[in-house]
Design a protein around this ligand. Sequence first.
Ligand code: FAD
Length: 413
Amino acid sequence: MSIEQVSKSSVLIAGAGIGGLAMALSLLRRGIDCDVLEQASELREVGAGLWISMNGVRVLRDLGLTEQVEQNCIAAERRSIRLWNTGDRWPLYNRSSDAARNQPYLLLRAHLLKILVDGVRQLKPGAIHLNAHVVGFSQNGEGVRAKLADSSEVEGRALIGADGAHSKVRLGLIGKIESQYTKTIAWRGLVPVDRLAPHQREPEVATWIGPTAHVTAYPVRWQNTVMMTFSGQVDHDDWLLESWSESGSVEECLKDFEGWHPDIVDLVKNVDTLNKWGLFVRPSLASWSKGRVTLLGDACHSMLPYLGQGVNMALEDASVLARCLDENPNDVAAVFEAYQSLRLDRTSKVVKSAAGMLPIFHNKALCKPETAGDYIKTQWSSEATSARYDWIYRYDATTIPLHSADEHNWSGQ
Ligand SMILES: Cc1cc2nc3c(=O)[nH]c(=O)nc-3n(C[C@H](O)[C@H](O)[C@H](O)COP(=O)(O)OP(=O)(O)OC[C@H]3O[C@@H](n4cnc5c(N)ncnc54)[C@H](O)[C@@H]3O)c2cc1C
């Protein structure tokens, strides 16, 4: 279906990232027509792993994707904290002892994107429009017009900006918001496991923590093999572009991990794809809906990656918003207000908590093994870990009540 044939009663979604596609699939499964406008000329993802925690897993299950997603996942046997230089290990949990609480899906971003694209196209083959770069919009009581970079316009009954951290829909809705460099950069890479020693191939999620950097590494399935995915955050005064796809050099990355355990050095030396990016923050928004236009995912609450919650929050948004629209399909403006009030507190709190993790991961106490042990035992005790993560993982976007917002604590605590 060409973009000229989009029905005026369609819900327009700007952005075919994981948030926009989850939104489209949630709507189409409810029989609500929608179209996705994506700026790129093809749908592709940079190589990186993704951690979908229980709150996101519930949404994917509700979308009917359990089988497809699980086929592409590796079940981690345990999660551990490791010390940057000695490699000493503190187990956080293992699959058999605490299986019910923590069973994240670990998979490649590209796999989840493809599963969502296939799901959307199965229900509406022409729903995703490529080369459709939204640059602005107008709206009235009847509907919206999304303006595209080629000067064409697409009419629909509502517009959802799922167009990421640099959202043009947000710009039109709220105006320019300055982002601030956090003096931290991130590396991420994929390493074929056959290049690693047997002890480095174990199905473990390991977070290595040090005084000025931390690394999370876990295995993901890739075609018929397994890759180790890692993301390493490093304190850095240098300013970098806020982009996820800058390529970086192995030499540069090794410099950032000087003095680290040989297992980390090996990961970097054997990497197949390596990207780096600067980590930025934006002030939380007080609102993100106006009339027939709203936002979801990174467009309204981009966050630092320290809790692994960006995609999970986008999935939750999509689920709650689709449920709200399903319940009251005729009053879009009221639905968008209701959706915002259901999501604002929780997402703001997750954004804040993610930022608060930096001094916990990067801490001077980790310089020396003598002080590191006590620090890790305190900061990563089962009580501290539960207090930090349980309220995030417990939330169920597919069942939370949509009414009486004032009577509940929507942050999930
Ligand atoms: C290294 C790293 C690791 C991460 N790991 C995790 C993790 O393990 N778990 C987790 O939950 N989160 C993780 N995140 C965060 C997560 O990737 C983001 O929060 C998530 O991708 C946001 O999804 P989104 O759909 O809102 O936006 P995006 O993924 O940014 O998608 C936006 C889409 O909109 C398109 N677009 C942009 N502008 C326009 C426009 N004007 N018109 C039309 N289309 C447009 C883009 O091309 C893109 O397709 C990680 C992030 C990073 C950087």
